[in-house]
Design a protein. Structure first.
Lengths: 314, 216
């Protein structure tokens, strides 16, 4: 007997795609015109159904309110509240992701096609390099599902990712003091990218991704620090050499290519031994928990790094 | 002589004491307001960090304010020297609150972690040193100490320059990337400290340009 039965939904209850897409355009236009009073991003979320996937966690979920309002997404500003406040005008339709490089069948995936992938709900811990963490119910699919379709060549060793550049919709990509060089770029070793834990997420908490969380499609690699989870992806490229990554370029002493969660390797400026659970404990009882090697996913991924010095390859 | 003195009506002497007390009251408002916000959920989902950071930024702003008093008098002829002690003491209170929030609410009296941070994390070492250096300045911020210490008081209070530099470095090292807000604070501190280097020659030059006063 299957563990999960999708509820029966009669066709009359389902909003035709044309209508909800036009609704999105209307809301987007309204927000852009400055008359949208709702917080940015929220208005974009639409219900998304997914089967429960493997990798359950017996940990309290971080409240949705916290997941969607305490974010690092420097394209929209460096403060935690900036992404939710400044991403209202960001347009996620139409959208496509180019997958290219050392592949047999390069392909451009449209968002419609992506949303038709076999979606799963995956509840993962998310550990930020700044020393805080969340537990988030993502909706997505293994990155390997897309990689399989494009057939990487034998010479491909790494996967490089790139975020969209749209200064007119992403305020911190313009102006005098830009926090990072754009586009934001990230990378994984091919075996890391193919690992079943590595997913491309298109939703969270049963809805499509809000803009501030990296809509419409982002990477989630739960055993690595959060900044490896590149958001609003437009390009995935299979390459032979280790690709450049934004934070390593900006400060190589502090941020490495691997950036696996590791309580034994401190950030040069702060300790990584413990983490603060966002949304729990409140002002007078901050909840701190010990940080686990590979963010608690050591059983699944430690073998990827057998024989490697993790202090040197941080 | 260029002066805004005439443009800003002087506060009658009888209100001086009251205006200083008003400054203390106004100066503590941000801390009170942010505390209320943090305790009632108005500072987002990481209220401790947010409150801690806001107290630190206000401490830096108050330090900047103490450093502004002298150039304001030199260059614009506005004498707000009577407010400098209040600004300095407020800066000390904010640094103390900033540290207390870190100690009590952030690390929750985990003294091993606090000790480890102070010993190993340069930005915390520097921030803590700034607090230590500020303490004798706060303790001697009274008329009795000024009389008692004489020239020594002036020398001791030059520590504020070191503290300002320490505060700026502490801020830069605490953020992941230097954006507009950190840049403005640090640039102001840099500018105000640079002014101290050129102050003597500048004042001599200004004096030299003025027509010699004729004794009557």
């Amino acid at each position: 007997m299957p563990a999960y039965r999708p509820p029966h939904i009669s066709p009359s209850e389902i909003t035709p795609k044309g209508i909800y897409l036009s609704r999105r355009n209307f809301i987007g236009a309204a927000t852009a015109a400055g008359i949208g009073l709702t917080a940015g991003g929220k208005a974009w979320a639409a219900p998304l159904t997914a089967a429960p996937g493997p990798y359950k966690l017996n940990e309290k979920l971080t409240p949705k309110e916290a997941v969607t309002s305490y974010n690092n997404f420097y394209e929209f500003g460096v403060n935690k509240e900036d992404p939710a406040q400044n991403s209202g005008a960001f347009k996620t339709t139409p959208w496509s992701v180019k997958v290219e490089g050392m592949v047999g069948k390069p392909k451009e995936f449209g968002l419609d096609e992506i949303l038709k992938m076999k979606l799963e709900e995956r509840t993962y811990r998310m550990r930020c390099v700044e020393g805080w963490s969340m537990v988030i119910p993502w909706i997505g699919f293994p990155l390997s599902a897309i990689l399989d379709q494009v057939e990487p060549l034998g010479s491909a060793k790494y996967v490089a990712f790139e975020t969209v550049v749209r200064p007119e919709e992403m305020p911190a990509q313009g102006g005098l003091f830009q926090p990072l060089p754009w586009p934001y770029i990230e990378g994984l070793r091919l075996d890391e990218a193919r690992h079943p834990l590595t997913i491309l997420a298109v939703g969270l908490y049963g809805e499509t991704l809000p803009n501030q969380n990296g809509a419409p499609i982002r990477l989630v690699v739960p055993w690595k620090y959060g900044f490896k989870g590149i958001k609003s992806i437009v390009k995935i490229k299979l390459v032979e050499k280790q690709p450049e990554t934004t934070w390593k370029n900006s400060n190589a002493r502090e941020y490495g290519f691997y950036s696996n969660v590791n309580p034994a390797v401190d950030h040069p400026r702060w300790s990584q031994a413990t983490e603060q659970r966002i949304g729990e404990g409140g002002f007078f009882g901050t909840k701190r928990v010990d940080t686990l090697p590979f963010n608690g996913y050591g059983n699944e991924v430690a073998s990827l790094y057998a024989g490697m010095d993790l202090k040197a390859n941080y | 002589m260029t002066s805004l003195h005439a443009a800003i009506p002087a506060l009658p002497r009888r209100y001086h004491a009251a205006s200083i007390w008003a400054l203390y009251a106004v100066g503590l408002c941000p801390a009170a307001w942010y505390f209320y916000q943090a305790a009632t959920g108005g500072l987002g989902f990481n209220p401790v960090k947010e409150f801690e950071h806001l107290l630190g930024i206000w401490a830096l702003r108050l330090i900047i304010a103490t450093l502004v008093v002298t150039p304001l008098r030199d260059l614009l002829g506005i004498n707000w020297m009577r407010y400098r002690r209040a600004l300095g003491l407020l800066a000390f209170y904010y640094v103390l609150m900033h540290f207390s929030v870190y100690l009590l609410l952030d690390l929750q009296l985990n003294f091993a972690a606090v000790g480890g941070d102070i010993a190993r994390r340069p930005y915390i070492t520097i921030g803590f040193a700034a607090l230590i250096f500020l303490t004798p300045l706060a303790v001697t911020s009274n008329n009795w100490s000024i009389r008692k210490l004489g020239q020594g008081w002036t020398k001791l209070h030059k520590l504020i320059y070191l503290i300002a530099i320490g505060g700026a470095i502490h801020y830069v090292l605490a953020v992941k990337s230097v954006t507009l807000a950190p840049f403005v604070h640090i640039a102001l501190i840099g500018l105000l400290l640079f002014y101290r280097l050129i102050r003597r020659p500048l004042l001599n030059w200004k004096r030299g340009r003025q027509p010699a006063r004729v004794a009557r």
